[in-house]
Design a protein around this ligand. Sequence first.
Ligand code: BES
Ligand code: MN
Ligand code: ZN
Length: 492
Amino acid sequence: MTELTLTTKNVARIQADAVVVAVGQRGEEPRLVPGAELPSAVVKELSALLPALGVTGKADEVVRVAAGKELAADVIVLTGVGPVEDSGPDLETLRRAAGAATRVLAGTSDVALALPADTPERVGAVAEGALLGAYSFDRYRTKQRGPVARVELVTDLARSKAAKATHERAVVVAGAVARVRDLVNTSPADLYPQSFAEEATAAAKGTKVKVTVLDEKELEAGGYGGLIGVGKGSARPPRLVKLSYSPARAKAHVGLVGKGITFDSGGLSIKPAKGMETMKMDMAGAATVLHTVLAAAALELPVRVTGWLALAENMPSGTAQRPSDVITIRGGKTVEVLNTDAEGRLVMADALVAATEESPDTIIDIATLTGAQMVALGSQVGAVMGTDDVREEVVAAAAEAGEQFWPMPLPAELAESMKSQVADISNMGDRFGGMLVAGLFLKEFVGDTPWAHLDIAGPAYNEGKPRGYIHEGGTGTGLRTLLTVLERAAAR
Ligand code: BES
Ligand code: MN
Ligand code: ZN
């Protein structure tokens, strides 16, 4: 993992491979954005050369130039922050600019950041962005490349207590996001319900998080018909993992529930080959819940958190559930399974009921639940549905964390489309508003617990080009929002 330290050193004397400097836009003109102080000659020469170097200062632009003899470093990396006001770039812009630079510099040993870091919040944002960008997933490569090895963040606040705290938080957050990405990127041949549960147990070892795993026999005995039904087509049986973090003097109790389909083939309602290619990512919600609970414990937040990972592999086989099978969810509600590819809501229903049994103050679930989520909001914005107050709290926390989540309704009239001829409800409804239908299905299983549902089908996995601190594949989107919800509850 990348090592990041705060320093008050003179940038000119740091013997790094690269020094990262921000460039913004004033009108149409590129402008250096003041960060840690550079020699005035460097600022003057560089500023004059920006247009000729083709530097525009737009967000996500990273340009490398020779550093010249005024600096001990070899290279100056110009990272774009887009249009800048007098107040300077906002926190998420800083994260992205820092992350774009460290991402592009993968393989480099020593990088110095001369970015705006004049407040503890900015130190935290630059550190978080830089560490999120410094990620690489090399598990299956014979030639390891690795991220940037060492980052020095230059700031006058290197010895300030507040900046040390935001720095420490950034290390925890970026580490947690990286572990979510690792799980999402792992081949489904290696990550299946049992191995996922073992990873969770191992990750919690030595922390204040207690892990309980229910295996297929215990699930059967406990009436978890959703997990059993979805999992029975696979040679690798389902699991329900419970994570408990119970600090003394907790301000609140939050239940977190994550969808953990380790591979979604669609089951007998099988997906076309193209639609299956990315379906190892269908456990992103569960990975996010696991590492949110662990991060809350690492930060010693005074909030009780109970996490639930609903783990199953959705496969077609002679033992698979059939379209028209009727299953019974934990707690007794029956569901007619009309489409085995709408499996997420079935395993989530079991886990949501389990979560309500502990009477938390709120429940938040997170799932790569519907393709319709991407139709509605595209691939970078997540959806939030649920009880008005919890939904708005999640939206506010997301804005604070720098993640994009947008509120969506749960129109009661759509629920009628899930009527079943034979059971209490079916797992299919109107195709239009498919994301809302799935949300309405989950709503049936939370009782009167205040609740929010996050659909991250789009933002959990980047099928496009890398951008900012986001790499290809798993993104870890949702973790920062959930952790911020917990921090806000702790501060109340
Ligand atoms: N895991 C998928 C949703 C998904 C699709 C996530 C694409 C990320 C990218 C989910 O289990 C699914 O297959 N949903 C169906 C529901 C339908 C059958 C009602 C869908 O969205 O097509
Ligand atoms: Mn599916
Ligand atoms: Zn799925």
